[in-house]
Design a protein around this ligand. Structure first.
Ligand code: SF4
Length: 225
């Protein structure tokens, strides 16, 4: 019965934005881990307090509206509680599945390595790199800008997804079986092409669709083999 009950707090993100100066924080327990501890939930509730708001997003995160004057302290407290705060803007943002609650961790080390190399790199428009740990791809890697699907010491690489909207569409398979040892350089190369040839603010899928028959993509695909 609760599924459709009206349960909207007085403060929604919309009403808060009309009322005053609030900052939105995007938080999660980590890139791979999807479990919050009760203590983390308590910290989140305390940080948001009576004045802010909490809601969940469509991309494995909680969104917090915090009075802008309190944001610096809020970030410190949330990070001390072990929470990850996602940066906003035109950067590379990393996503991953939870590797079956940590039971299927073969691709976890390379995921962490890619995170350290790529997260936060500046690009013409925000790029989501989503790594899934097996061919089930149950965290929808193929629906993000760069989808990496792990199987047997390699990744299938999907590009060009339209993640949302009436024309939402999965990406297409760009490269098959890119070895784990090569994937970091391979993805960096994709990013470099985007940084070099994209128009200002051009989303990744538009860039890829506009240029996909250009030589530089074919060269990259050939070099992988
Ligand atoms: S994509 Fe595969 S490894 Fe990742 S959570 Fe789903 S089933 Fe598990």
């Amino acid at each position: 019965m609760n599924a459709f009950q009206k349960n909207i707090p007085d403060q929604t993100f919309e009403t808060l934005n009309r009322q005053g100066d609030f900052t939105r924080l995007v938080i999660s327990p980590g890139i791979i881990n999807k479990h919050y501890t009760p203590a983390q939930f308590q910290t989140i509730a305390e940080v948001v307090g009576e004045r802010g708001a909490i809601k969940y997003s469509a991309s494995y995160s909680l969104l917090l509206a915090i009075p802008t004057s309190d944001v610096k302290e809020a970030i410190y407290t949330l990070q001390q509680a072990g929470l990850y705060i996602m940066s906003s803007g035109a950067i590379i943002a990393m996503k991953a599945c939870d590797f079956c609650d940590g039971e299927k961790m073969e691709a976890a080390p390379i995921t962490e390595q890619l995170y350290h190399t790529l997260e936060g790199v500046t690009v013409p428009a925000r790029v989501r790199v989503n790594i899934n740990g097996c061919a089930s791809a149950c965290y929808n890697a193929v629906y993000d800008d760069i989808g990496l699907v792990y199987q047997q010491d390699s990744f299938d690489v999907y590009l060009g997804a339209v993640p949302m909207g009436a024309k939402a569409q999965a990406g297409t398979l760009f490269a098959k079986r890119v070895a784990v040892a090569k994937i970091e350089v391979f993805v960096q190369h994709i990013i470099q092409l985007y940084q070099t040839y994209a128009r200002p603010n051009e989303p990744f899928y538009k860039f890829y669709r506009r240029t996909k028959s250009d030589d530089f993509w074919q060269r990259l695909s050939r070099n992988n083999h």
